[in-house]
Design a protein around this ligand. Structure first.
Ligand SMILES: [Zn+2]
Length: 131
């Protein structure tokens, strides 16, 4: 299977068209994590190849979507979801924006490793002073 998508050094999914040629692409394989080379020659269709010369990995759509979803959440630093508990909905709006101050990826917790840990941004309302 030809590989057209890879992970760059900033943990973003990139296509072979977007990156520099060769090792300078700074990419790794989505499936196995090996270093990739962007093959952008004149003859064949541009693609990624493992630096080790091993056969191309089969990039599963599920893996790609999973990685892309994590990237979207990391970049947006939030998600549009049902209202936060205890926060009254605005009229006509069935959802609200959950604003994150930190999104951590693949952090091991006690016995499990969630894909992402999102820390809600806590908005502290200034207390009123009477006088
Ligand atoms: Zn691979």
């Amino acid at each position: 299977m030809t590989m057209y998508v890879a992970m760059n050094g900033q943990q973003q999914l990139v296509t072979v068209q977007e990156v520099e040629r060769g090792l300078a692409c700074g990419c790794t394989c989505i499936e196995c994590g090996e270093v990739l080379i962007a093959r952008k020659g004149e003859q064949k269709e541009h693609h990624f190849a493992h630096h080790s010369n091993k056969e191309s990995c089969e990039v599963r759509r599920e893996s790609l979507l999973h990685l892309f979803a994590k990237q979207v959440i990391r970049e947006a630093m939030g998600l549009q979801m049902p209202h936060l508990p205890g926060q009254p909905p605005e009229v006509g709006d069935p959802s609200s924006w959950w604003d994150f101050e930190l999104v951590e990826e693949e952090v091991w917790l006690a016995g499990y490793r969630p894909d992402l840990i999102a820390h809600l941004r806590v908005v502290v309302k200034p207390s009123r002073t009477v006088g």
